[in-house]
Design a protein around this ligand. Structure first.
Ligand code: K7E
Ligand code: CUA
Ligand code: CA
Length: 612
């Protein structure tokens, strides 16, 4: 990213010089276009971007946070995978790691970041994201940019489409892409169906599910919160690709949320794996099928709430549906392989064309009126675009300035790095009539979707330090206690540049429960606790407390050390765990007096010399 910034500066300078010296020469058009684009995305060192961009990491299992328009990567929030960089879920006993293993595994495939909304715009509280692979949904707290909750959704495999019910996030709803036996039993794999699950945004409990035939794909909410819309591409219920494109039309399903709530309240749902499941065949009015061509993919509500637009994928059309009457109002052709649609604040839609590798801009009202000139512009992207997202395009307040194209392939756009090439994003200016390419930047595999949040939305909400947890260890309250023949409890604090206690004496096979608090009160003063050969790596931002239980390994001396640069004495910030042989009686002389650098005695350390 630094390199890119430098390049942009150079480009800007070069462009200015070229403009001064060679005014009137033929290359001036191209040069000034480069200068213009460079200036649009250049954010000087020390200055902040205008928007947060939350990019789903696909099979990286995380969310990448970038600044827009610069494209600078400012954070990775690991969710479904361990990440040593921030001490996330590394040790098998890390509570988050255990939660991951218990809900499907320590990897995931994140596709769709969904921020919480109040009055139809992002409120900066939470961001949810699906794990397509393992039927899970996670929540990220935007005050600390950390994963806060992960839930496994019953009766579902392949959690794909996900959306917040507008305008006030009454539910998060999630689509099960891979069908499951309807009766929940493996003895009878057919008939099989999928479910749309409605989760409470705070508890993340699954409140109810609605059964749908055919694989359910992408989701969006009507702006008034009445309908949960989803696309279904396999109405055929085929089990291979050939069988899945027999019909000319599959469907958009519209779930009437108040009708579904009523059905649950009246006991019309069947409990399956602890969740009320509504079968719309038994409860008419809960679900409406709207036939749309062909293996549709994206579904997107217009910011004014009037329409939802389904993208045809195998049909060169998009289907415009009235969001209140559920009637199809137009089916304009837009190009080959339409996948997703986003919006500006001037009545235009932008649809990604996977096969054409283009973004097409079209005028919604003109398309509905049947005007010949509804296509406004097309721009090439590099290459094979999946999602695209304009700033605020999913909200009632689209900004109409930038659009990000999330491309599946980059082909020749970067220095080659082996047989596999980077995936890339391209930032496009949409403020004028014509779209203009501004910037390309790669992220690790694989970009799917993105959302953008104005920097003001999070201003004052992002915490400086963690609030102290109830189990936080205060300075002076550190201790080492033997709580059983093989159990050791350590209460530790961290502050520049010391661990207290800075020595632990344990025996091989002891089960050590370590609670650590970073007692720093200064923002960004993160310390790590890395313990060699024990698979243990924890990072603690200021104020954070973590607890982990691990088993002391072979006899030896293990230095725990700080992984995060914290001061001139960062490297000196260490302590040691002495693992004594199993059969050794730890006497007072064996127990080193564990004192911190300030010379404080640690209560409870030489507790007893003969506790075995
Ligand atoms: Cu289109 Cu998972 Cu959103 Cu990817 S899905 S493209
Ligand atoms: Cu603490 Cu480095
Ligand atoms: Ca189909």
């Amino acid at each position: 990213m630094k390199m890119k910034t430098v390049l942009l500066v150079l480009l800007t300078i070069a462009g200015t010089i070229a403009g001064l010296q060679f005014a009137g020469c033929q290359s001036i058009g191209a040069t000034s276009a480069r200068t213009w684009a460079a200036e649009k995305v250049y954010v000087a060192p020390g200055e902040h971007d205008k928007y947060y961009g939350f990019l789903s990491g696909g099979q990286s299992g995380s969310v990448f946070v970038v600044g827009i328009p610069s494209g600078r990567l400012i954070r990775e929030v690991p969710i479904f995978e361990p990440r040593a960089a921030v001490g996330y879920a590394v040790h098998p006993n890390d509570p988050r790691r255990k939660e991951l293993e218990a809900t499907g595994g320590a990897w995931g495939d994140t596709h769709h970041p969904v921020p919480s909304e109040t009055n139809g715009v992002y409120d900066g509280k939470y961001l949810w994201i699906n794990d397509l692979a393992n039927g899970r949904v996670a929540r990220v707290r935007l005050d600390v940019f950390e994963t806060d909750k992960i839930v496994k959704i019953p009766n579902m495999q392949g959690a794909h489409g996900i959306a917040a019910l507008s305008p006030n996030t009454k539910y998060i709803f999630v689509n099960g892409e891979f069908e499951q036996p309807t009766d929940g039993l493996v003895t009878n794999p057919d008939p099989y169906t999928s479910v749309v699950a409605f989760l409470d945004p705070e508890s993340m409990a699954v409140k109810f599910q609605v059964r749908v035939n055919g694989n359910i794909d992408i989701a969006d909410s009507s702006k008034d919160g009445r309908y949960a819309f989803s696309t279904v591409y396999n109405l055929e219920q085929g089990k291979d690709a050939d069988a899945m494109f027999q019909y000319d039309r599959d469907a958009v399903v519209a779930i009437d949320v108040p009708a579904a709530e009523k059905a649950v309240a009246e006991g019309k749902a069947r409990i399956q794996n602890g969740v009320p499941v509504i079968d719309p065949k038994e409860v008419p009015g809960v679900m409406t099928l709207i036939p749309v061509p062909k293996n549709p993919h994206g579904i997107n509500a217009t910011p004014d709430g009037k329409y939802v637009i389904a993208s045809g994928k195998l049909s060169p059309t998009v289907t415009i549906i009235d969001a209140k009457t559920l009637k199809i109002v137009a089916e304009p052709e837009v190009g080959l392989g339409p996948l997703h649609t986003t919006f500006d604040n001037r009545g235009n839609a932008f649809t990604s064309l996977f096969l054409d590798s283009q973004v097409v801009k079209w005028d919604i009202d003109k398309a509905i009126a049947g005007a010949a000139d509804y296509i406004v512009d097309r721009i090439d992207v590099h290459y094979n675009i999946g999602h695209l997202q304009a700033v605020g395009g999913e909200t009632m307040d689209p900004k109409g300035d930038y659009l990000l194209a999330l491309n599946k392939l980059s082909k020749d756009q970067y220095l080659p790095v082996g047989p596999e090439l980077p995936e890339a994003q391209e930032l496009i200016d949409i403020s004028g009539e014509k779209m203009r390419m501004l910037l390309a930047f790669p992220t690790p595999p694989e970009p799917h979707d993105a959302v953008f949040m104005p920097a003001e939305t999070l201003r004052g909400k992002v915490k400086q330090t963690f609030d102290l947890a109830p189990e936080a260890i205060a300075e002076g309250k550190e201790s080492v206690m033997r709580t059983g023949p093989k159990l050791v409890k350590v209460n530790m604090t961290l502050i520049r540049s010391a661990y207290t206690p800075h020595q632990l004496d344990v025996r091989e096979g002891d089960e050590v429960t370590l609670t650590i608090t970073n007692v720093e009160t200064i923002r960004d003063m993160t310390h790590g606790f890395a313990l060699p050969d024990h698979s243990l790596n924890i990072a603690l931002p200021p104020g954070a407390t973590k607890t982990i239980t691990f088993t002391a390994g072979k006899p030896g001396v293990y230095w725990y050390y700080c992984t995060n640069f914290c001061s001139a004495l960062h490297l000196e910030m260490r302590g040691r765990m002495v693992v004594h042989p199993k059969d050794r009686t730890l006497t007072l002389t064996d127990w080193s007096p564990a004192q911190n650098v300030k010379g404080k005695a640690i209560p409870g350390v030489p507790s007893t010399g003969a506790e075995r």
